[in-house]
Write a protein that binds this ligand. Structure first.
Ligand code: ZN
Length: 449
């Protein structure tokens, strides 16, 4: 095998890094050099990629999603409802999910993400109806096919309507089975080290669909296996009331009681915390995935991102499930988070650079991958390159700001670990038209029951 030559991403139109006006050099999957204005690369024998038309940013990192929900976007039966009634309308549909349909759903979600500049994504998969026991295996295969870096979760639900939970019996599993399968997927798929392409975390769905026993056992197992923990928390006011009724405390107290308030945990949403809870989360080094589109669509509220950051909490961004967004476009999520948080905090506290920081460094902190999310020498070469030659960008005065403010939506090139996963706006080997056709048929079958 011949060694590949270093790539010089040369003279970018703009780049989200200091001292890299003439670009960056990539070698063996890492950023090895930043080339300052007026300089030439020190690295020898580079092959130049002309980036004069490209805005270069660290690959965006998605910290919350449910891939399978691409099959139930804009579903009339669930539209215009808040979280709990929305979930109750969708659970019976999701219970019919098959391995073939999941494979298509996952491929659609990952393709959407890649084409929007995402290089690393998580997925919170907690749905294992009979016949779909290998859901995580299906997701790993799709990620490897597409060349996307992933932190997939072995999610779970075991508290059904019968026991006071929200989901129907048909979508829950028993605790022993969940824990045994968690061990299986971690041992089989979880890679360690900075260049890991596939990692696994454990992720009970939420306090209203999982027993206390499973919450505790999952935290203990995650510590034993040294993997991360994820769940939904403080998403709605309904959840506060549910927690108070069932457990006699607020969601964060419950989380702490279950052994979850630590640096292993990242939480989706984190909207309904008070100031004291924000400080406790910061001390524990727990992190938050802000899901701006989903929170607006379900009218769940607005995560107090600036207050949490000031308290010391790292904030990442998540597109959340495609039935509550209803898209998987991460650069659009950056814009949405920027607008939502600016409306809350004002122009002096939130800039487009803050929103990009949340989607890169912040998200990297969320998933425990500090080697990602920055354009610096020594970091992993995960990059997103956007062209600004569409009508929507015409007339801009600042390329990096234009990417967010003018509504960038599609990356021209995406590099994951030094390899091009997207070139000229296309994913190699993926027939998008055929994928849409097959995915649409699967979605129609799921709706029909
Ligand atoms: Zn979610």
């Amino acid at each position: 095998m011949t060694a590949t030559k270093p790539i010089w991403i040369k003279d970018p139109l703009a780049i989200l890094a200091d001292g890299a006006e003439r670009g960056i050099v990539i070698q063996d999957g890492r950023i090895v050099e930043l080339v300052a204005a007026g300089r030439e690369p020190q690295t020898r024998d580079t092959v130049a990629f002309d980036a004069a038309q490209h805005v270069v940013v660290p690959g965006l990192i998605n910290t919350h999603h449910h891939f399978y929900q691409t099959l139930t976007r804009a579903l009339p039966a669930a539209m215009d409802r808040e979280l709990f009634p929305w979930l109750k309308a969708l659970y019976p549909v999701w219970a019919r999910l098959t391995p073939q349909a999941l494979d298509l759903a996952v491929t659609v979600a990952m393709a959407e993400l890649l084409l929007s500049g995402c290089t690393t994504t998580t997925d919170h998969h907690y749905l294992f109806p009979r016949g779909l026991e290998d859901a995580v295996d299906i997701e790993v295969a799709a990620a490897r096919r597409l060349g996307l870096r992933v932190l997939l979760t072995r999610g779970s639900m075991n508290l059904s309507e019968r026991d006071g939970g929200l989901p129907p019996d048909s979508v829950v599993q028993d605790e022993d089975l969940i824990l045994a399968d968690s061990v299986r997927v971690v041992e089989r798929f979880h890679e360690r080290g900075e260049d890991a392409m596939v990692q696994i975390a454990l992720a009970p769905c939420s306090p209203f669909s999982v027993t206390t026993s499973l919450m505790r056992a999952t935290a203990e197992l995650a510590a034993r296996l040294d993997v991360r923990l994820h769940t939904h928390l403080a998403e709605t006011q309904d959840e506060n009331e549910f927690c108070q009724q069932l457990y006699g405390c607020r969601p964060l107290d419950y989380l702490e009681d279950c052994g979850w308030l630590n640096e292993r945990t990242w939480l989706a949403h984190g909207i309904h915390f008070n100031d004291d809870e924000g400080r406790r989360i910061a001390r524990a080094k727990t992190t938050i995935s802000h899901c701006a589109c989903s929170n607006q669509l379900l009218a769940s509220g607005c995560c107090p991102v600036c207050d949490l950051e000031e308290a010391g909490v790292a904030i990442g961004l998540g597109v959340d499930g495609s039935a509550s967004n209803d898209g998987s476009n991460l650069i659009q999520e950056v814009r949405s988070a920027f607008l939502l948080q600016r409306a809350r905090y004002g122009v002096s506290r939130v800039s487009h650079k803050d929103a990009l920081r949340w989607a890169t460094q912040g998200s990297a902190a969320c998933i425990g991958r500090p080697e990602l999310g920055r354009i610096e020498a020594g970091k992993i070469a995960d990059l997103a390159l956007f062209r600004l030659d569409e009508l929507r960008f015409s007339g801009h005065g600042d390329p990096l700001a234009a990417l967010v403010l003018c509504g960038g939506h599609r990356a021209d090139r995406v590099m994951v670990g030094g390899r091009w996963a997207v070139e000229n706006g296309a994913i190699a080997g993926l027939d998008i038209a055929d994928l849409i056709r097959r995915h649409s048929v699967a979605a129609a079958a799921l709706r029909a029951g």
